[in-house]
Design a protein around this ligand. Structure first.
Ligand code: ZN
Length: 503
């Protein structure tokens, strides 16, 4: 099935219309057990091996609130500058769905644990945009359906479906923004920057790894257009479960172009959910969006209300880490890097490894050089995040120390890093095993220098005649003779000294 959607160009869309967005982000908390039972949340287990009567919704089972889940929710709320409810309840959100065995999702409705906050996000050019937060509430994840036998993996065309309830009941926090207005043509960029900043914040709080590629964080993009100069909101579409930063930006952009095409030909936007397609960045119709009243929310009678003591909330507030944006600005100053470089470091996931390497004694520029160079390349090639590489910040710091001491030059240091990544041991062990130390024996170096001069009399004459830059060729010859294990600067000094030229 090919669906072609009419679009107008992005610029044309913005000439007539003003986008308004709402972003709903679901974060899976990294608690050890589920939100309302003691089942493990570990990923990758046999399907349906982490279930119990409560998360399977069997009659007579009773849920109990996970205290760590509540604590994580409060931390997220506080970090988003939200008010924390003094008293709130869970609610049942009723609907039938095969991966939700209770036939309702335990969520929060009109009494969220956190509300009325904001998150400042920084755009590519350094401008800071404030995104207002409506609420952050606690709920549980559903199970997972796998549709088998069709071409697309969707339910249409499938011959049967498999259900795995291991995920049913895993704690989720849903964070909902207020309508994001005034971003204009930068709306898609704001959407991306917001999700990126939120992810940094969640990671800094230590409440989830927030890996979008693992589904630990996903974003619904609500978007509507209104004619420029008007204030009333248009009808919105809701693109569900967008699972990468780039896709968030593309989904918003596509919907702006699609809405504009519909509206500019006198059509009406249908309030519906939509699916995002990674291959071409398009969205297609999902289901007509239910209104809240269709869910027949009512307070969950099996759970006691959550009433976090104020002293506890204040204690959690005191323990909050530095806001990621403030931290990046501080590090930028300490490291002397520009906004653009910092963005690359952030995108590479290199901030924490670099900080740890500096803490282990490496100079900032060296720590940056290795993590953003050799190691980033290796991470790309092996498809792993930087912090999952088999090398520690301490080991990287040790390599920079060996370079600073003159025991390694850059080329040898790269080989040491390579050896550590290949599992050959610590940097010192790799140096020993591979025999990588710089040749610091002056006698051996002097012999090599003499040989190089004797083999290249023409070049030697040029240098004697004052053409010092010609020494590069002789340095190269010596480096070759020592298999790269000499300190090039020292070699050059020796050559010039031999030829009686001032360096
Ligand atoms: Zn369970």
């Amino acid at each position: 099935m090919t669906v072609t959607t009419d679009l107008v160009s992005y610029d044309e869309a913005l000439e007539s219309y003003d986008p308004v967005m709402g972003l709903e982000v679901h974060v899976e908390l990294g608690t050890r057990t589920k939100m309302f039972c003691g089942c493990s949340t570990e990923l990758g287990a046999e399907p349906n091996s982490q279930t119990c009567p409560t998360c399977l919704g069997l009659p007579g089972s009773l849920p109990v609130v996970n205290a760590t889940g509540v604590e994580s929710a409060i931390k997220i709320g506080l970090a988003l500058h939200c008010e924390i409810a003094e008293w709130c309840r869970f609610a049942r959100k009723n609907y039938f769905y095969p991966d939700m065995p209770k036939n309702f999702q335990t969520s929060q409705y009109d009494e969220p644990i956190a509300f009325d906050g904001y998150l400042d996000v920084q755009l590519e050019d350094g401008e800071v945009f404030r995104v207002e937060i409506e609420r952050a509430h606690m709920e549980e994840d559903t199970g997972k359906s796998t549709h088998v036998g069709g071409a697309t993996g969707r339910i249409h065309g499938a011959s049967h479906s498999l259900l795995d309830y291991n995920r049913a009941g895993i704690p989720l926090i849903e964070i909902v923004t207020k309508p994001i207005e005034g971003a204009g043509e930068r709306a898609p960029e704001v959407a991306r920057a917001y999700v990126a900043e939120l992810r940094e914040l969640i990671k800094a709080l230590g409440v989830s790894e927030a890996r979008m590629d693992k589904g630990q964080m996903r974003c619904d993009v609500n978007l509507s257009l209104r004619p420029n100069g008007t204030t009333e909101f248009g009808t919105r579409s809701e693109t569900k479960n967008v699972n990468s930063l780039r896709s968030v930006e593309r989904a918003a952009r596509f919907e702006i172009q699609r809405h504009a095409a519909v509206l500019s030909t006198g059509g009406t936007i249908v309030q519906e959910t939509r699916h995002f397609h990674e291959e071409d960045g398009s969205t297609t119709s999902g289901r007509i969006k239910d209104n809240a009243e269709d869910y027949r929310y009512f307070p969950e009678p099996d759970l006691v209300p959550v009433a976090p003591p104020r002293e506890w909330v204040e204690e959690l507030r005191t323990g909050l880490p530095e806001q990621p944006l403030a931290r990046r600005n501080r590090l930028r100053e300490e490291w002397g890097v520009g906004a653009h470089d910092m963005q690359s470091i952030l995108n590479a996931g290199a901030i924490d490894p670099i900080v740890a390497t500096i803490e282990a004694g490496a100079p900032a520029d060296q720590a940056r050089k290795w993590w953003m160079g050799e190691l980033a390349r290796h991470a790309n090639e092996t498809g792993r995040p930087l912090d999952a590489l088999p090398i520690t910040p301490e080991q990287v710091a040790r390599v920079t120390a060996l370079v600073a001491a003159g025991d390694l030059n850059d080329k040898l240091a790269r080989q040491v890093i390579e050896g550590v990544l290949a599992g050959e041991g610590t940097p010192d062990e790799v140096v020993d095993k591979r025999g990588l130390k710089v040749v610091s024996d002056e006698g051996a170096l002097t012999t090599a220098v003499e040989e190089a001069i004797a083999a290249n009399p023409g070049i030697a004459d040029k240098i004697r005649g004052g053409k010092v830059q010609a020494a590069g060729a002789l340095v190269g010859a010596v480096m070759k003779a020592t298999r790269g294990q000499a300190d090039a600067a020292r070699v050059k000094e020796l050559i010039l000294a031999q030829l009686g030229v001032e360096g």
